[in-house]
Write a protein that binds this ligand. Structure first.
Ligand code: HEC
Ligand code: HEC
Length: 376
């Protein structure tokens, strides 16, 4: 599938970010507007009811499913002359019909459950293929995974795998003693924007977290930040490219989950209905696959090394009418800091970009500036 170019996406989201930031400078607790109200030309039966931030997530799902970038449907996206509102591009008009088609297939055949998505047919192509290539038929079996993990026979109970993880990190007592964290490193993945990027995570128990990327030698490049302050969540990207917007709807629930999980002693209560699927291999590690759910359809899937019991990957998915919005976080190179193990290699992948951070320093129970945990 085509990888979105980071500058293009940032540029694309820039104007929207600015607009969202303005519209959402109302009090955080107020109901966010629906996309049908907020945007000028959003009319499909399923997308118009989403919050604006979930709507943009759905745009990301559609874009990824077709191997597109925003400009394939929105003229000028990525330039100053973008026009999100116009329907001049036939692909946008087709996409709108496809959104209704997907809704009606699911309604008529799957009792409204989100079984068919853009990806089901498109698989990263704008023209879905119709036949299997015989090389594929006799080649490697398709190893794509279902989002929803089905319980497998013969695997340890989820409780046990989660306990082993907590134990491997240093045990409940030690982990419960973590009240705050400052993690510092450098991040790769923004090379196209130039300069070397400083990466930091700030966290305050039980559920506040800020992840920041900036360029110490090039302050003009601005910051990227993902924050959750216990109530409201924000995404911000470099000035001149992506603006800033407040998370709403499922997006907000996901940010909250990430924050809670920064303090792993609480992992068991962060989600419910835990289930264990068949073992798998992730980044060369044999892993247990453990999944939990939260109200609203949020899924958290965790891949634990079967030998070290460390978390190798955490994927969270939130539903949208065109397919789930996925964020993946990978962890590696666990090292000891005052008797607690922390990953020193961290990757973050979402629908419009990815980066890897090499951690150089982890500080536990140091004061955290509240400003690092809230609106950037
Ligand atoms: C496959 C085509 C397609 C792609 C790719 C696509 N969009 Fe859209 N976009 C649409 C359609 C269709 C609508 C109208 C949806 C509706 O009516 O419910 C829309 C509407 C919008 C709107 C609302 C504009 C307004 O005020 O009416 C914004 C903003 C938007 N898209 C942003 C994006 C961004 C950002 C990307 C890239 C991440 C993107 N879109 C990629 C098809 C697409
Ligand atoms: C049931 C299968 C199926 C699903 C699900 C589906 N599509 Fe399609 N889509 C097609 C087929 C088949 C075509 C090609 C139609 C043609 O060429 O006339 C197509 C064509 C398109 C095109 C035009 C591409 C071009 O080259 O002009 C767009 C845009 C598109 N789909 C968007 C979407 C979006 C967005 C979704 C999810 C909301 C979606 N589709 C879901 C089957 C599907």
């Amino acid at each position: 599938m085509k990888q979105w170019s980071i500058p293009l996406i940032f540029a694309a989201a820039g104007t929207i970010g600015a607009a969202l930031a303005t519209a959402q400078s109302r009090p955080a607790a107020a109901n966010p507007p629906t996309s049908g109200e907020f945007f000028k030309n959003v009319t499909t039966s399923t997308l118009k009811g989403l919050t604006p931030s979930d709507f943009l997530g759905a745009m990301g799902v559609m874009t990824a499913a077709l191997g597109y970038d925003c400009s394939n449907c929105h003229p000028g996206a990525g330039t100053d002359k973008m026009d999100w509102v116009t329907d001049s591009n036939p692909k946008k008009r087709t996409a709108r019909k496809m959104v209704e088609m997907v809704a009606s297939i699911n309604r008529q055949n799957f009792a409204g459950a989100q079984m068919v998505t853009c990806w089901t047919c498109h698989h990263g192509l704008d023209q879905p293929t119709t036949s299997i290539a015989l090389d594929k038929l006799y080649g490697e079996p398709n190893d794509e995974k279902q989002d929803v993990v089905v319980r497998a026979e013969g695997e340890p109970p989820a409780e046990q795998i989660l306990d082993q993880y907590v134990e491997a990190l240093g045990g409940t007592q030690k982990l419960a003693g973590i009240q705050s964290l400052i993690v510092t490193g450098t991040s790769k993945g923004y090379e196209s924007l130039g300069g070397s990027a400083r990466f930091q995570i700030f966290a305050q128990a039980p559920d506040r977290r800020g992840m920041w990327i900036n360029y110490p030698e090039r302050p003009d490049r601005g910051i990227s930040a993902w924050t959750y302050d216990g109530k409201t969540g924000w995404i911000s990207s470099p000035r001149g490219y992506l603006g800033q917007y407040q998370l709403t709807g499922n997006d907000l629930a996901g940010a909250k989950l990430d924050s809670v999980l920064t303090f792993p002693a609480k992992i068991k209560t962060a989600l419910s209905n835990w289930r264990v699927g068949p073992e798998d291999i992730v980044q060369g590690h044999d892993v247990y696959v453990v999944q939990g759910s939260a109200p609203g359809g949020l899924l958290g899937t965790f891949y634990f090394d079967t030998k070290t019991h460390f978390l190798v990957r955490y994927v969270r998915q939130t539903p949208s009418p065109v397919g789930r919005i996925t964020i993946q976080q990978d962890y590696d190179d666990y090292r000891d800091v005052n008797g607690i193990k922390f990953p020193f290699l961290y990757s973050f992948l979402w629908l419009d970009g990815r980066f890897t951070a090499e951690i150089s320093d982890v500080k536990v129970n140091v004061p955290v500036e509240p400003a690092k945990l809230t609106k950037p």
